[in-house]
Design a protein around this ligand. Sequence first.
Ligand code: OOG
Ligand code: NI
Length: 477
Amino acid sequence: MTFWQTWQLRAAFAHRMASCYGREVPAYNTLVDVAAEINREVLERDGAAAQRLGRIDRVTAERHGAIRIGTPAELRAVSVIFQALGMHPVGFYDLREGRDSAVPVISTAFRPVDAAELSRNPFRMFTSLLVTDDRRFFDGDLQHRLDTFLDRRSLFAPELLSLADRAISGAGLSDPDAHRFLDLATASFELSSEPVDRAWYTELERISAVAADIGGLGSTHINHLTPRVLDIDELYLRMSARGITMIDTIQGPPRWAGPDLLLRQTSFRALAEDRRFRLADGTIQPGSVRVRFGEVEARGIAATPAGRDLYDAMLVEVDRRRLDDPQADWNELAAQVWAEKLPDTELGLAKADLAWFTYEVADHRGCSAPTADPDATVAQLTDAGVLTVTPIVYEDFLPRSAAGIFKSNLTADGAVELDRPGVARDAGWLSDILGRAVAEPADLYAAQQAASIAAARTRLGLPDRSGAVTPASRSQM
Ligand code: OOG
Ligand code: NI
């Protein structure tokens, strides 16, 4: 290759992260093997239905990673590297809020945003930033020492950042530059063998293992890399059967009879990894930490804001029923709630405006459909067989699941003073730090759905009404 386009850099980066992480955490390779084995079986069993939410080659290659960063300046730098890979900040997640799972970070996900880029390679990175000035976690003295420590470290070489700038302005890199860029980018996320300051790490760990993982080290590293699987319940059983300890649950929606919605995730428990520690007297001692785990996910259809509200309300309802019946199986209760409240077909979800879809003119109608009534709604045209629906895959994350994933891998709860005032952070703050807008997931899905409706109307010779469709509005045609 003489010139590497943005998506080729992204695919190569994802690939390199996988080799690096598989070397560092070999159980990850087992997870990938089992996921691939299950995907092959589901494809054989379900045929086309297995590819309803993405072609099998996309699903098999699909990964998300997670990294944790210490300062706004570090976050800005990492954002430039991801921009060079065609990955843009989407969504704002505040993980400090959970009453029993508070973690001192806020997060966003860097990912491709348009459909063509997603189908070339959907690699995304869940990126968390430590909030050192949040008094619920860090007092003034500790914040000061933490900030000083973090300001002294340098995670990304200037050469890497200038190659990233070049990749952004040129929409890719020449062959030698691409290799250098990928080498430097990958190395930035490799686990360092530098000894860890024992006293400092332990002090932070008492507050939060996540704080220690970020602020206790002189460098950053990939925390986990997550393959996508088509049957996560089966994966959970098969990993357990191989003697790998999984966390207690699958996070997110339950297994149920209707279409997959949003995102289901689970992980194996963080493994003890060898680290060298430097003691106060300067001696180096072997030890271990448990912060990295292996996660796997099953992706479903993207929910509209109304669908998200319903999702949140259903989770609350499951919690409520569980209080009444603590022995009940969570999945069973949840599947009941889902069956009561959620339409169990794609079309039902589309008509209730609970999930996002793209619409296309059905093949047999050819280029023009003279009977299409200009006033017909999307639902009417779909019922009449003029339009077909295709679900839009959920490309983002879920705050409650993310908090659960963080939490289920911590060995201790840490110390948080929830009654102290926190420090306000939101998507606007994050956009200012990054110097580019953090996209709202719903806007991206709404635009994709609206564009498909506009294209279908054009094909049917109907007047353009795309101006009438605003983000997250009902899907009237
Ligand atoms: C991130 C945890 C959240 C997900 O997939 O929801 C996450 C982390 O542990 O750094 O990865
Ligand atoms: Ni994850």
